[in-house]
Design a protein around this ligand. Structure first.
Ligand code: GCO
Length: 256
């Protein structure tokens, strides 16, 4: 009984920003649980290469789609193509995101705009064409990637904090409107992970020491440790869970 609850065989999952980094790990985790994939990115060669690799590694069907998540019309056109030729995803993971660090008084408007567009507005642009069809079908799962800064702020990452805080509340708003169509919307909020976005932080001995002291697990997280929460929220195991924000952070947000 319990194994079937987490089985994604026959399901179709679209993960934004899935040709590399966290999105790629999440997509591979969904494939390992049986899901067919729509891999997304902006670099055609990289996306197609990774799609072939995942198909070979997990024996699932992997389609691809290329678009800029900040371009609403371009995303809608690309997603219409996916919906018409591949099908309506059962699972949507809004993962694409960027970081821009500067003290509040030194933030440049272009960086503010880019972070809010990529990390927050994109969730609306990408979700709406898909959740409309999920609602028609009467089923669907949306998982938005948040951050510990959906709850606790950190100096020099205000645009990211504002955007990710918005993502957590956007999930709740979407959950409120979509639950009656049997579409569940939740957030996974990572703590500090050894990601490409955090290379500068990892290579900073002082910041590295701070993360290890501030995190009860006393270490950075590994991307693979986010897959369990994703499988839960992408599967029938979470059919009555919506609007929640699951922190995968080694305990960071549970302690002062
Ligand atoms: C930073 C980091 C964080 C992490 C993560 C924490 O500069 O503080 O980039 O934002 O990446 O989002 O949850």
């Amino acid at each position: 009984m319990s194994a079937k609850l987490f089985d994604l065989s026959g399901r179709l999952a679209l993960v934004t920003g899935s040709s590399r980094g966290l999105g790629n790990t999440l997509a591979r985790g969904l494939a390992a649980a049986g899901a067919d994939l729509v891999l997304h990115g902006r670099d055609a060669d990289r996306v197609r290469r990774e799609a072939a690799a995942i198909a070979g590694d997990y024996g699932v069907k992997v389609s691809t789609t290329l678009f800029d998540v900040t371009d609403r019309d371009g995303a809608a056109r690309a997603l219409d193509g996916v919906l018409d030729t591949v099908g309506v995803p059962d699972i949507l993971v809004n993962n694409a995101g960027i970081q821009s660090r500067a003290p509040f008084n030194e933030i440049e408007a272009k960086n503010w705009d880019a972070v809010l567009a990529t990390n927050l507005s994109s969730v609306f642009y990408v979700s709406q064409p898909i959740t409309r069809r999920m609602a028609e079908r009467g089923s669907g799962k949306v998982v938005n990637i948040g951050s510990v800064v959906t709850l606790l702020a950190r100096q020099t990452v205000v645009p990211y904090t504002a955007a990710k805080g918005g993502v957590a509340m956007l999930s709740k708003g979407m959950a409120a409107d979509l639950a009656r169509f049997n579409v569940q919307v939740n957030t996974i909020s990572p703590g500090y992970f050894a990601s490409e976005m955090n290379t500068a932080l990892i290579n900073d001995p002082e910041f590295d020491a701070w993360v290890k002291a501030r995190t009860p697990a006393q270490r950075w997280g590994d991307f693979e440790e986010l897959v369990g929460a994703l499988i839960f929220l992408a599967s029938d195991a979470s059919s009555f869970v919506s609007g929640q924000n699951i922190f995968v952070d080694g305990g960071m947000t549970s302690v002062v």
